[in-house]
Design a protein around this ligand. Structure first.
Ligand code: GDP
Ligand code: MG
Length: 782
């Protein structure tokens, strides 16, 4: 039978793992290998995906994927009882005490060499927390070259000549997600002087799988056992000395959140990097394990490819493992000749035959067997931890069959209410008042100094008005991110993805896309920024391209303006109708994307459900600071320039004379050219075109421009019909997002996609508006 057929609460043992390629490797990397015990915890409220527990942690799988895993039911439960504590010896402080070489000897790197470190670990292992502890506030945030995966660099506090780079949270060094590839290439190509491997000790078996691969990299490693506070608080312990002896690298117990052990970690890290103390042991295959099939195969391949690996600059044991697993990227880099490739294949086939497992599973199994040995010898596991018990209780409600969706709606409702109505709005009001006051002061100062009128106009009507209006979004964005980071860091977002996956999967997305889409109803800018948390590049792109269909709050003034003028009696109906239309169009476009642009396979939704944890204030503040900085940088670069350009266009005519009446301006002339495009929609007036163009700057300005150009609402009503007003509403709902949003798309996906979003949204909006008009004409609406 397969894992799909196991009932809630029942256990099973994995027999074979089906599937192929990325998905299968991901299963194996997450510890689903033949012989593993798993327990089905629960099915999501909509019946798919399923949550399982293995190696003492929780994982989600889609039913289709679970169906590929052959199992036999067992009776024993997965989570062990509390063990009798093992003896724990005092940690000797290996490394700086000099166990690997006598103190004062060795061959240190010359003084002043920059010590570069990579911070590597699983997701939710506390990487961000540790990174913030290590670097304080002085960090540089950017992207890895060529890919939009967050990169943060910073110097270790109080240590000169150090740089630590926070790599994306990964589970393995397989090249299957962009994060994994980024991390792997960073280690292989930039060759940091040392690796700090952060391990969540409460989940040590799964976390050490990555450690095994890092030790093969032939770069000094120090292992940081994080969350030690939770471990000891629940009666668990680790014999650190024994673990160091088995792994051959320094192991330091820490608690990143409580800032315990971090100094010791830094000392070790600097020591191993300075003396280039490479891992003492890389040989984890046991010659007695299953007659040593994997052991002999690995060593044969190591000898076979040694010269090639050296020539390619790839650590030889790592290269051998990957070559056996069939990692094409590595095999290509090794440039084996035909004979060697055949020999590799023969050796591997022989191993598969002797071991009774296929190559990937055999290698994964070899790693996990060694981890089991280490854990058996060094780790006293606590019984179920308080944190885990608490998480289970919380999950009874938050992912419960009947409660999950109502709770989700309530939580999101609350976040929106607080952001857009209470905290964010209040802060926004405050900031706007400030900006207005500043504008007034500067305005009168400029008048008093009788500055040139054009310059005066540029500063007040251009820069202050434009940048000011964009700047006023800052509080909303910061507040939104505050709540989101609470939800994310606490572990709730992972649950939302679990609950909503089935729904979003129908659109070709995965559960994780729900959050950006929801934020899109608030503002597209933070929505696009929040897609960074999505693990798959394809999902991320598709999600970003769909967010503009979620009607943002800045469009509300437009709706209000026209509804008041034309449909005062159907206010609520039209408003709701517009939102629904936006969502419906988004869904249709998603289907279209699924069939065309994003045909590829959705990444497997294999996701860890971490314990709920209280997010640290420091992480949260740091994140808010980064987001604000990011936004401000944009406001004062792209948006500043765009503002100046629009101001220029509406203030001058083609002979560069300042215009009195904006009808004579360049903008109006251009709008005059564009106006015929809107004629089929019944919106051929140049003033409408102008207002829509200005909406590109900020949606709110559609209304302000209309007011300026038409006077009161009656003016518009005189020019366009009721049906045209309806078309206009639909057009405003769907057409290009504002400059701030497009700029954030550009940041995430590049220039080409940003341009695509602008053109595509306009096209969709135009077609939808035309349809509305045609249908209206057909049914005889005036
Ligand atoms: P990342 O995903 O690896 O960057 O992990 P984070 O740094 O975001 O941490 C995940 C969660 O674990 C957060 O809620 C942290 O507050 C929490 N956390 C991090 N380090 C510790 C620790 O040492 N002890 C405890 N109890 N919680 C921690
Ligand atoms: Mg993090």
């Amino acid at each position: 039978m397969t894992l799909k057929e196991i009932k809630e609460g029942q256990s099973a043992r994995v027999l074979t793992v089906g599937g192929s390629g990325a998905l299968r490797q991901h299963f194996l990397d997450m510890g689903i290998i033949p012989g593993t015990d798993v327990k089905v915890v629960k099915y999501a409220p909509m019946g798919d995906p399923v949550e399982i527990c293995l190696h003492g942690y929780e994982l989600t799988l889609r039913l289709d994927d679970a169906d590929k895993i052959e199992v036999e039911p067992t009776t024993d439960t997965v989570r062990q009882k509390a063990e009798a504590p093992k003896a724990v010896s005092e940690h000797l402080g290996l490394g700086e005490g000099g166990r690997f070489h006598p103190k004062g000897s060795g061959d240190p790197l010359p003084e002043g060499t920059m010590l570069t470190f990579a911070l590597v670990g699983n997701q939710n292992s506390g990487k961000t927390t540790l990174f913030n502890q290590l670097t304080g506030a002085k960090q540089h945030v950017g992207n890895f070259p060529g890919v939009t995966v967050d990169r943060k660099d910073g110097a270790i506090l109080g240590k000169a000549d150090t740089i630590i780079t926070d790599l994306p949270g990964i589970y393995s060094m397989s090249p299957y997600s962009s994060e994994e590839l980024v991390s792997r290439n960073f280690v292989l190509q930039e060759k940091p002087k040392g690796i700090i491997n952060i391990v969540d000790v409460t989940n040590i078996e799964r976390n050490m799988y990555l450690t095994m691969q890092l030790l093969e990299m032939d770069i000094p490693v120090v292992v940081a056992l994080n969350m030690m506070d939770e471990m000891t608080g629940n009666g668990g312990s680790v014999d650190v000395n024994a673990m160091e002896a088995m792994l051959g690298v320094p192991v330091v117990p820490i608690s990143a959140a409580k800032n315990q052990g971090v100094h010791e970690l830094v000392d070790h890290a600097i020591h191993i990097a300075k003396y280039q103390e490479k891992p003492q042991r890389q040989d984890f295959c046991d010659e007695n394990d299953h007659n040593g099939a994997v052991h002999r195969c690995l060593h044969a391949v190591i000898h076979l490819i040694e010269d090639h690996a050296k020539a390619a600059g790839i650590p030889v044991r790592f290269a051998a493992c990957k070559a056996i697993e069939g990692d094409q990227l590595i095999i290509d880099q090794l440039r084996l000749d035909e004979n060697e490739k055949e020999t590799l294949e023969h050796i591997t086939l022989q191993m598969e035959k002797e071991r009774g497992l296929d190559r990937s599973a055999a290698i994964a199994d070899m790693r996990f067997s060694f981890i089991m040995k280490v854990c058996d010898a060094c780790v006293t596991k606590p019984g179920e931890s308080r944190e885990h018990e608490r998480s289970r209780k919380i999950d009874r409600v938050l992912t419960g069959k009947h409660t999950a969706i109502p709770v989700f709606i309530a939580v999101m409702g609350l976040v929106f209410f607080l952001t857009f109505n209470v905290i964010g709005a209040w802060l926004q009001g405050l900031l706007e008042t400030g900006i207005d006051a500043l504008t007034a002061v500067v305005d009168s100062a400029l008048t008093a100094a009788s500055v040139n009128e054009v310059l005066h106009g540029l500063i007040i009507d251009g820069i202050f008005a434009g940048v000011g209006s964009v700047l006023s979004f800052l509080p909303i964005i910061v507040t939104m991110f505050f709540f989101l980071s609470l939800l994310e860091d606490s572990g709730y977002i992972a649950r939302v993805a679990f609950v909503m996956d089935k729904l979003l999967r129908k659109l070709g997305l995965s559960g994780r896309s729900i959050v950006p889409l929801l934020i899109g109803f608030g503002c597209t800018v933070p929505a696009v920024m929040s897609t960074r948390t999505l693990p798959s590049e394809r999902d991320r792109k598709m999600t970003i391209l769909l967010t503009p269909f979620m009607s943002c709050t800045a469009k509300l003034p437009i709706y209000a303006f026209f509804v008041d003028a034309f449909f005062p009696r159907y206010k609520a109906l039209i408003m709701i109708g517009l939102y629904v239309l936006g969502i419906t169009t988004g869904i249709l476009v998603a289907f279209l994307y699924k069939k065309t642009l994003f045909k590829g396979e959705a990444v497997p939704f294999v996701m860890e459900l971490p314990n709920y944890r209280l997010p640290s204030a420091r992480n949260t503040l740091q994140l808010l600071w980064e987001k604000s900085k990011d936004f401000l940088q944009r406001a004062f670069s792209v948006i500043l320039i765009a503002t100046i350009v629009v101001w220029f266009l509406q203030s001058f005519d083609f002979r560069f004379n300042l215009v009195e009446d904006s009808q004579a301006s360049i903008l109006a002339t251009i709008a005059g050219f564009i106006a015929p495009v809107f004629a089929p929609l019944g919106l051929g007036d140049w003033r409408i075109a102008t207002s829509l163009i200005s909406g590109f700057m900020a949606k709110e300005s559609v209304v302000s421009v209309l007011e300026v150009l038409f006077g009161a609402q009656g003016g518009v009503a005189a020019v366009i019909s009721t049906l045209s007003a309806l078309s206009l509403l639909v057009f405003s709902l769907l057409y290009t997002p504002c400059v701030a949003a497009v700029a954030s798309v550009r940041r995430e996906l590049g220039r080409k996609w940003a341009l695509y979003v602008v053109l595509w949204q306009c096209a969709v909006a135009w077609i939808a508006a035309l349809l509305v008009r045609l249908i209206g004409l057909l049914i005889g609406l005036l």
